[in-house]
Design a protein around this ligand. Structure first.
Ligand code: FMN
Length: 197
């Protein structure tokens, strides 16, 4: 294959004591082990976006805020996304929702998958993310990685705080399926976008 899809792994929590780094680093390792994608970690901490205050979505009006424009340029470089999803009150974090809102054109016709964590493995948040993705004209994988229940408590700092490798046997099959699906869609949409260009 001439062009390997470029995949961004986006960390969706920015709070100073976030748990997100543990699943993010593990998922990064799984993605980096593959030869069919190029993966880069994108930390929302490095993108201090204001709460959306533009005239409109950039589908209609170019954004003004320099951080918003830099964010859009970052997203534009990628062919697909892996979101690291914390569940806050049964949805995604506010900071991730804002980051999704701060671009439009750059998300479209690109696939995403997710690794979520929490009591139910962020299942509810990932479903919300899929709904948002539809509006952004993205395509979601069927599979995602969910670190929930006893597995979550085993690795969570306020629980067992064990290394994630202790539970990875439970995560590896879902990670492989999710990444396989992501790569399929990334190649398909990459080719289709190239045809359109
Ligand atoms: C505002 C808030 C709301 C939360 N709501 C949920 C929830 O709905 N479901 C859940 O499983 N965990 C919930 N939690 C617990 C999180 O799963 C846990 O704090 C996790 O560490 C958050 O991810 P982060 O540390 O990467 O920010 C919530 C945490 C916060 C701070």
């Amino acid at each position: 294959m001439a062009t390997k899809p470029r995949i961004a792994l986006i960390i969706g929590s920015t709070r100073p004591t976030r748990f997100a780094d543990k699943p993010a680093q593990w998922m990064l390792k799984q993605a980096q082990a593959r030869e069919d994608i190029e993966v880069e970690l994108i930390d929302l901490r490095d993108h201090p976006l204001p709460f959306f205050d533009e005239l409109a979505s950039n589908m209609w009006v170019p954004s003004q805020n320099p951080e918003a424009i830099r964010w859009q340029q970052t997203i534009a470089r990628f062919d697909g996304f892996i979101f690291v999803v914390a569940e806050y009150n049964h949805s995604i974090t506010g900071v991730l929702k804002n980051a999704l809102d701060q671009a439009y054109k750059e998300w479209g016709r690109k696939p995403f998958t997710a690794i979520g964590y929490g009591g139910t493995g962020a299942a509810r948040a990932v479903e919300h993310l899929r709904g948002i993705g539809v509006e952004l004209q993205m395509v979601s994988t069927h599979a995602a990685v969910h670190i929930g229940g006893g597995d979550f408590m085993a690795v969570f700092p306020m629980g067992g705080n064990k290394p994630i490798e202790d539970i990875e046997a439970n995560l590896l099959p879902a990670a492989k399926t999710a990444l396989d699906e992501l790569v399929w869609w990334a190649n398909a949409t990459l080719a289709a976008r190239a045809k359109d260009a």
